[in-house]
Design a protein around this ligand. Structure first.
Ligand SMILES: [Cu+2]
Length: 318
């Protein structure tokens, strides 16, 4: 179930309402494959266009459908928000259904990807200020994934869904854009390259210092970059008893400043035995930036049960 854990996953996602992506089962070890679909700014948009009410639901909910077409199988991912437009500061219930083709029955069985049946990454699209990496729970009876999430501020958001139907030929990665209304309204900051490569991170009352070093130091688009996070305590003492996170030594998501490029990378180092594994202070990832530009990376690690998340914004020069 952890066969993928040491592999790098680089997924490039299309944001059209009808697109795809895919890591094909036929080459699961082709860890550096990248999907070069044409870029398209259209998106599945939850509370603007593409509105489509589910007959079985009250009017207060919105259903948005993303149809993904691949050479192998067509899947459809359907996201429903309750309330229909998420309100800042209040929990929004998300229900997600994966079907085959547009009108299929919900798929109820999924393969585990990195210890979870579904991964959901949510960011504030305007400046990538809000980041959430959450794991909706599958209701085995209905095939519906559920999770509640609270958006602190109103603004434009985007979510990526990562899931793999059992016996399916591909892993699905799809994205939805949606709005959060209410107060306060987020005033987006300008996304800018950060000089600092060390961040203070607070996790449940504990402070950590997390640094990021890249090799080569001069980032180049289209070439593998080794990104090494180093985790220290508040006094600068290296931490060498990290716990596995999602069956890996850590987790890293990288998103382009335009919220189009999405790279989900996993550490090169293998977690052989989750029960005894201890990692740190360094955890390395291999990334390959598809094009020059500004990117934000979130490294996530686990220490003594606490989830540490450190983010860095940097430019990949043209
Ligand atoms: Cu996840």
């Amino acid at each position: 179930m952890m066969e993928d854990k040491k592999h790098q996953h680089m997924k490039r996602k299309e944001e059209t309402g009808a697109t795809s992506l895919g890591k094909q089962e036929s080459s699961p070890h082709n860890t550096h494959s990248q999907h070069k679909e044409p870029m398209d700014e259209r998106e599945s948009f939850a509370n603007k266009n593409e509105r489509h009410h589910n007959h079985h639901s009250p009017q207060s909910k919105t259903t948005v459908t993303s149809s993904m077409v691949s050479p192998l199988v067509n899947y459809n991912v359907n996201v429903q928000f309750d309330p229909a437009t998420p309100q800042a500061g209040k929990p929004t219930r998300l229900s997600l259904v994966v079907t085959e083709q547009k009108v299929g029955e919900p798929i109820k069985q999924f393969d585990i990807i990195h210890d979870k049946l579904m991964h959901l990454i949510i960011v504030n699209k305007e400046d990538l200020s809000h980041f959430a990496h959450i794991h909706p729970k599958l209701d085995n009876e209905t095939g519906i994934f559920h999770i509640s999430h609270t958006f602190a501020k109103a603004g434009k958001y985007k979510m990526w869904i990562d899931v793999k139907p059992k016996d399916g030929m591909q892993q699905i990665l799809t994205a939805f854009a949606f709005n959060v209304e209410g107060q306060p309204i987020h005033s987006p900051a300008k996304i800018a390259h950060e000089q600092t490569r060390v961040k203070n991170v607070d996790a449940e009352g504990q402070s950590y210092q997390i640094s990021l070093n890249c090799e080569p130091e001069q980032l180049v688009a289209g070439r593998n970059v080794k990104m090494t996070f180093e985790i220290r305590d508040a006094n600068g003492k290296p931490i060498s008893n990290l716990e596995p996170l999602m069956a890996a030594g850590g987790h890293c998501v990288i998103i382009g400043s335009d919220a189009l490029e999405f790279l989900h990378v996993h550490p090169a180092e293998e977690v052989d035995d989750a029960a005894s594994w201890q990692g740190g202070p360094s955890v390395s990832f291999l990334a390959n930036f598809p094009k020059p530009g500004l990117y934000k990376a979130w490294g996530q690690f686990q220490h003594e049960g606490r989830l540490l998340t450190a983010d860095f914004t940097f430019e990949v020069p043209g």
